[in-house]
Design a protein around this ligand. Structure first.
Ligand SMILES: [Zn+2]
Ligand SMILES: [Zn+2]
Length: 339
C-alpha cells in the first residue's frame, strides 16, 4: 500500500513526509482492517513532525481523522461487517482498568495509545484498529466531510462541554480553523440565544469571512476588546498570547478552555488581579474519550454540521501541513486517499 511516513522529527518546511510502499497491515485479535478513503489533517501532526509531541515509533504513519470501509475482520470481532463505513479518532486504545479509565476518563489513561503517534494512522491506503475504537459514520456526511469531525469536531465538542457554556451567555473563540468552524455550528444550535465572538490573527480575512458566514455575532483580532465580556472562551490557537487575552476579556467566574496539545510559544506572564481574580478559571483539554465521539457524531448529523473542507492528495501531505502552519487552510484540510 502507499503511505506517507515520518522517519524522524524535522521542521515541516523540510517536507519530511515520504511516500513509500508498505505491506498492508494484518488485523490482530479484535481488530479490523480499514481501507482508508479520507484522512483529515490536524495541527497535532505538526507537533509530532516538529518534535513537540514525539511519536513513540519511527517510521510512523501519521493521521487520526480517518474515514474508510471495513476491508476485513480479525479473529474475535463482532461489531462491524465487511464494507461498513467507519471512522477512527485520536484515541486508539486505553487499558480499561486504571483509575482514570474506570472513572470514564480514558483520555487521561497512562497506557493509552494515540492514533498516528503510538500506532500507524491514516496517511495511508489501509490501517488497523481495535473494533472498540471505531465508530459508525452518519450517512449524511461524505467521506471528505466526515473526516474533520473525528478530531476537529470531537475534541472541539469536548472543549465546548468543558467550557461550561450556557444558553444566553457569551462564548469567545480564539482561532478559527478546522475545530472552531465546526464548534461555532454546535454552539449556535445548542445555545440559540447565546452570542459567539470570534478572534483571529489580524487581517486573517478568509477565516473572518467564514466566521461571518457561520453566524459569529462579533469578529475581531486577538488583542481586540470585544463589546461584551466573555462568560467562557475556548482557545484553539497554537500560541500562548491568546490565553492571556481571553482571561483579560473574561467575565467574573468565567472559564478559559485551552484546546491544544502543545503551544509553540509560551503563555505570557499573568497578572493575578487582571487575569485571574474573581474566580476566573483556566482548563486544558487533553485528548478525547470514546464517549465524546459517540455523542458528537450523531449530534453533528442532527444539526447538521456543514464542514468546510479543502481537498488534497495523499502525496501533498507536506504541502497541506505547511499551509496549515501558515494559517492558510479555510476550514479543514483533508487528504483524499481512495474513492
Ligand atoms: Zn487532531
Ligand atoms: Zn487506563
Amino acid at each position: 500500500m502507499k503511505a506517507m511516513v515520518l522517519k524522524k522529527t524535522s521542521l515541516i518546511e523540510q517536507k519530511p513526509l515520504e511516500l513509500v510502499e508498505l505491506p498492508i497491515p494484518i488485523p490482530d485479535s479484535k481488530q479490523i482492517l480499514v481501507k482508508v478513503s479520507a484522512c483529515g489533517v490536524c495541527h497535532t501532526e505538526l507537533d509530532e513532525i516538529e518534535g513537540r509531541v514525539s511519536p513513540s515509533i519511527f517510521p510512523i504513519v501519521l493521521g487520526h481523522e480517518i474515514i474508510g470501509k471495513v476491508e476485513s475482520l480479525g479473529p474475535g470481532t463482532s461489531k462491524f461487517k465487511q464494507g461498513n463505513r467507519v471512522g477512527i479518532a485520536w484515541i486508539n486504545w486505553a487499558c480499561g482498568r486504571c483509575p482514570f479509565c474506570l472513572k470514564g476518563e480514558e483520555n487521561l489513561c497512562d497506557a493509552a495509545k494515540w492514533t498516528g503517534k503510538d500506532t500507524d494512522g491514516g496517511y495511508a491506503q489501509y490501517t488497523v484498529v481495535s473494533e472498540d475504537f471505531a465508530y459508525p459514520i452518519p450517512e449524511r456526511f461524505s467521506d471528505l466531510e466526515a473526516a474533520p469531525l473525528l478530531c476537529a469536531g470531537v475534541v472541539g465538542y469536548r472543549a465546548l462541554r468543558l467550557a461550561g457554556v450556557e444558553d444566553g451567555k457569551v462564548l469567545g473563540l480564539y482561532g478559527f480553523g478546522a475545530s472552531a468552524h465546526i464548534i461555532i455550528q454546535v454552539a449556535k444550535y445548542k445555545y440559540p440565544n447565546g452570542k459567539v465572538f470570534v478572534f483571529t490573527r489580524p487581517k486573517q480575512k478568509e477565516h473572518q469571512n467564514l466566521a461571518r458566514k457561520l453566524g459569529a455575532d462579533w469578529i475581531g483580532a486577538t488583542g481586540d476588546i470585544p463589546p461584551e465580556k466573555l462568560n467562557c472562551a475556548i482557545d484553539f490557537t497554537p500560541v500562548g498570547v491568546p490565553v492571556r487575552e481571553a482571561l483579560k476579556n473574561l467575565e467574573k467566574g468565567g472559564r478559559v478552555v485551552i484546546n491544544a496539545i502543545r503551544k509553540t510559544t509560551p503563555i505570557p506572564e499573568l497578572d493575578y488581579t487582571e487575569h485571574l481574580w474573581y474566580e476566573k478559571e483556566v482548563k486544558s483539554v487533553a485528548n478525547v474519550t470514546r464517549r465524546d465521539a459517540q455523542e458528537f457524531l450523531p449530534l453533528a448529523a442532527e444539526i447538521p454540521i456543514v464542514p468546510e473542507t479543502q481537498e488534497f492528495k495523499l502525496e501533498q501531505a507536506n504541502e497541506v501541513l505547511i499551509l496549515l502552519k501558515e494559517g492558510k487552510i479555510r476550514g479543514a484540510g483533508v487528504l483524499r486517499i481512495a474513492e
